[in-house]
Write a protein that binds this ligand. Structure first.
Ligand SMILES: *[C@@H]1O[C@H](CO)[C@@H](O)[C@H](O)[C@H]1NC(C)=O
Length: 566
């Protein structure tokens, strides 16, 4: 229990620590001859679900005799991703070869054998770190008819060094031993140091897979989406040019033209999730974040918290403009919708995990940390943003009087119904991103490291343009049918992209992954639901805000046109 309290302190400290850009005290990545090199044991988990992980020592492996731990670090991102480094107890020194040495023995009783057999049946892999370089190894193997199970007992490490730095690590598993109850299984290791020409900056290159990520298909899809953007922008400008110009000239000849010129383009409704995605991608591009465990997630949480005022500002001003009165409620929903959704899903999945495996629960300290961030960072910042938003841009400034009594909506064709428009609206944005989705899913669920953030950035920009165009067109059709319910329709017609993404994730699950069982299924679909919802809100908000924030935006013009017509 003492150690768990210590851990809480460590995690709370780490929240602060993980937000600082450098952690120079942790790893200089340079070694003197014979200096201690730590082999950290991280996790084990099924090969087919990279995200389902357990502590290495949740399997009855044994540790070496060496006990001193010179350093241990854990950032918030690591804690949330289940990174849990534990010292292997192996004695490794820089440039000091070790012949095959037994470091411990496993006393294999019935229960331990069952645990190993379960892991081997489920294709468990384990992960270790040396000097931040990940190493994967397979736990064991079954023979063809699945009756005998074998454990790999000999870890053969080959470490490449360049000057005083470690640049390359290879692990070969040898020493297959059959699992027979009530025997002792010796575990052994050896270390061989080799001179290597790999530059320190390039040492992560061997984990990247250019032939996968920079495949022709990827380039082609970007090109394809780009064509779609040109087509859509053309379509929208045609609508705006021809029809609207005419309408506009008819309904408001005089003074409003000036307003339009003034207001077009000086307000952008990009809100929080979009800002977060953009900033994280930019940081990832600049910093090669994939080389640090969990730093991507830490960055995302940090940026999410830091951009809360943006959320508050636009939420508050939009709500006030629409004449909403219960702004405290709106603020709470705005602040906690995403965190609550993510935490709720994580909690639910952990609950199933506890029920099934009794080995993975949310660490208590991490939970405290996340709550602290929600209440002491996100909420106050949101409050500031909301108050600013309500006071600075909360006045409804429709260019004309809006009828208090809604006009009856005339009969119209089925495809002009809001529900149909909403369904159709998501198709094009989805079309522009689904290939990218494939790459993102694959790097999340399988052992591939995503590194082509330039692509992701392009796709995000394309998605944004396509969404804006599509919602303009949707709103135009809806208002043309003299239907005034355009606000939510325009939001949902963009947000429906997420429904298609979620449907795509079903396809991905059945045809591209080999997950099975209730636990993996709920794990997969739970996190996919969170991802899709966040994506949907992002698409939705990029449309509504753009449309509403500009006093003379297209939608406004259209509203004006129809209000006047009546
Ligand atoms: C690790 O394996 C790769 C590929 O087999 C090889 O090119 C490299 O030299 C090895 N590194 C070390 C340190 O043995």
């Amino acid at each position: 229990m003492g150690s768990s309290r210590w851990k809480v302190a460590a995690v709370v400290l780490a929240i602060v620590g993980s937000f600082l850009p450098v952690n120079a005290d942790e790893h200089e990545h340079t070694y003197k001859d014979k200096e201690e090199v730590v082999l950290w044991m991280n996790t084990v988990g099924p090969y087919h679900n990279r995200q389902e992980t357990y502590k290495y020592f949740s399997l009855p492996f044994c540790a070496g005799s060496k006990k001193t731990i010179s350093h241990y670090h854990e950032t918030l991102g690591e804690a949330l991703q289940g990174v849990e480094l534990e010292f292997s107890g192996l004695d490794i020194k820089f440039k000091d070869d070790v012949m095959q040495t037994t470091y411990c023995e496993i006393d294999l009783d019935k229960a331990k054998r069952d645990a190993f057999v379960y892991a081997i049946k489920n294709h468990y892999w384990y992960q270790m770190y040396i000097d931040d370089l990940p190493i994967w190894g397979i736990v064991g193997e079954a023979d063809e008819n699945g009756e005998d199970y074998y454990l790999w007992t000999y870890k053969k490490l080959e470490i490449g060094f360049n000057g005083n730095r470690i640049v390359d690590v290879n692990l070969t598993s040898e020493g297959k031993v059959r699992l027979v109850p009530n025997t002792r299984i010796p575990m052994s290791y050896s270390v061989k140091w080799k001179k290597s020409d790999v530059k320190f900056e390039d040492r992560f290159d061997k984990y990247l897979d250019p032939s996968f990520f920079q495949h022709r298909i990827h380039w082609f899809s970007i090109f394809n989406s780009f064509m779609m953007v040109i087509f859509l922008v053309g379509l929208v400008s045609m609508i705006l040019m021809r029809t609207l110009r005419k309408d506009y000239a008819r309904y408001s000849k005089e003074e409003e033209m000036d307003d339009m010129d003034r207001d077009l383009g000086d307000e952008y409704g990009w809100k929080q999730i979009f800002s977060v995605s953009l900033i994280v991608i930019i940081v990832a591009m600049a910093e090669d974040l994939y080389t640090e465990r969990g730093s991507m997630l830490s960055t995302a949480i940090f940026v999410y918290a830091a951009t809360s005022p943006v959320n508050g500002y636009f939420g508050g001003s939009l709500y006030a403009k629409q004449g909403g009165r219960r702004w405290i409620k709106q603020m709470f929903i705005g602040a906690f919708l995403i965190p609550a959704m993510v935490c709720g899903t994580a909690f639910f999945i952990n609950f199933i995990a506890i029920y099934y495996h009794a080995s993975r629960a949310i660490p208590f300290g991490t939970m405290v940390a996340v709550c602290c961030i929600c209440f002491f960072v996100i909420l106050p910042l949101n409050l500031v943003g909301t108050i600013l938003g309500r006071n600075l841009s909360g006045q409804p400034n429709f260019p004309c009087r809006v009828n208090a009594v809604p006009r009856p909506i005339p009969e119209k064709k089925w495809f002009m119904e809001p529900a149909v428009i909403v369904c159709l609206g998501g198709i094009l944005p989805f079309g522009s991103i689904f290939i990218e989705m494939y790459f993102i899913f694959t790097s999340f669920w399988a052992y591939k490291i995503y590194y082509v953030y330039g692509f992701m950035m392009l796709v995000l920009v394309i998605l944004c343009i396509v969404t804006v165009c599509v919602t303009i067109v949707c709103t135009y059709f809806l208002l043309n049918a003299e239907d005034y319910r355009w606000q939510w329709t325009s939001f949902l017609s963009a947000a429906s992209t997420a429904v298609y993404v979620y449907m795509y994730s079903f396809y991905y699950y059945f045809f591209k992954t080999k997950m099975y069982g209730l636990f993996q299924t709920s794990f997969y679909f739970g996190y996919m639901a969170v991802f899709s919802t966040a994506l949907g809100i992002m698409c939705g908000e990029s449309c509504v805000c753009r449309e509403l924030q500009k006093p003379d935006s297209t939608a406004r013009l259209l509203v004006t046109a129809f209000v006047r017509k009546s």
